[in-house]
Design a protein around this ligand. Structure first.
Ligand SMILES: [Fe+2]
Length: 293
């Protein structure tokens, strides 16, 4: 495996924060990994991935002290170069409980329940506003979505815009480790895009995977390997280039327990969520902003 470089830092306000962080030896094209079937409700299928999807290898281990030091870098913690993990306050947890969504089995059911519970949702929204305001650096932040994912999914990100109308769940193709981004972003500008906070509203822990390198670091690493000057690297193809040339660069895994959050610059680093080993619906809530802890 390649050694971790200093790049995106990881910071935890959890008591056992770094006991739940793991490292592996890198990535594999999805076709070289045996995938777990999804068996949930009436579903029983093996998920499909895009041809150029890369997945973390499964050889997870605890980090050595020197690796922890590389991750816990002592630079100024900005929205674009830091990942934070932490817990939500007891008052908010109490409100999340009142939603009673954790035993539901689809996003449609979750959204229907949320529509039914207007008073609780208002209380939750106000509570989140108070919780997020001090983390938002006097910059605007906004609710993005409540997402739901099937359990036992190796990686959860999926771009449904590329599917035909009326697609079925087993027809979805998952992306693999990826950077987010929009058509308005470029490799050298994504660090200005802010970041996100994702709160686990489900019943079980989920995983968050990331590569601790900014897109500019990755771009420079890829450039050093390319022989043809005219190969154009963009935010759309930078992930497959990186994983092709640097399959031995380690992935970091964080266990995110129910109601805990992570803050991450997901436009500026490769990442994904995972529900591997889970048996209940994964539910999470996302706000966009410019958060630090
Ligand atoms: Fe993403």
């Amino acid at each position: 495996m390649l050694k971790l470089k200093k790049g995106i830092g990881l910071y935890s306000s959890l008591q056992d924060g770094f006991d739940r962080v793991y490292i592996n030896s890198g990535t594999l094209p999805y076709k070289e990994q045996e995938l777990q079937p999804i068996k949930f409700g009436n579903w029983d299928f093996v998920p499909l991935f895009h041809d150029k999807a890369y997945l973390p290898r499964h050889d997870w281990r605890a980090l050595a002290p020197i690796e922890l030091a590389q991750l816990n870098v002592n630079t100024r913690q900005q929205d674009y170069n830091s990942i934070f993990i932490g817990d939500t306050p007891a008052e908010l947890k109490q409100i999340f409980e009142e939603l009673e969504i954790t035993d539901l089995t689809s996003r449609e059911e979750v959204m229907a329940r949320i529509r039914e519970r207007g008073t609780i949702v208002k209380k939750m929204s106000d509570g989140l506003q108070n919780f997020l305001f001090p983390k938002a650096n006097n910059k605007p932040f906004k609710f993005n979505c409540i997402a739901a994912n099937l359990p036992n999914l190796e990686l959860v990100a999926c771009d449904i815009s590329k599917l035909h109308p009326g697609f079925t769940v087993p027809e979805r193709k998952y992306e693999g480790l990826h950077n987010d981004g929009t058509k308005f972003m470029k490799i050298h500008t994504v660090h200005k895009a802010g970041n996100r906070i994702t709160i686990n509203l489900g019943k079980q822990s989920r995983f968050f995977y990331f590569i601790n390198l900014s897109l500019i670091q990755v771009f420079n690493m890829i450039k050093s390997k390319l022989t043809f000057e005219d190969e154009k690297i963009s935010i759309y193809n930078i992930a497959p280039y990186f994983f092709k040339y640097f399959p031995d660069y380690p992935v970091i895994k964080i266990i995110q327990k129910p109601y805990e959050y992570y803050i991450a610059p997901t436009d500026n680093c490769f990442h994904d969520g995972s529900t591997l080993g889970n048996t209940s619906l994964d539910i999470n809530m996302v706000y966009f902003g410019s958060f630090t802890c």
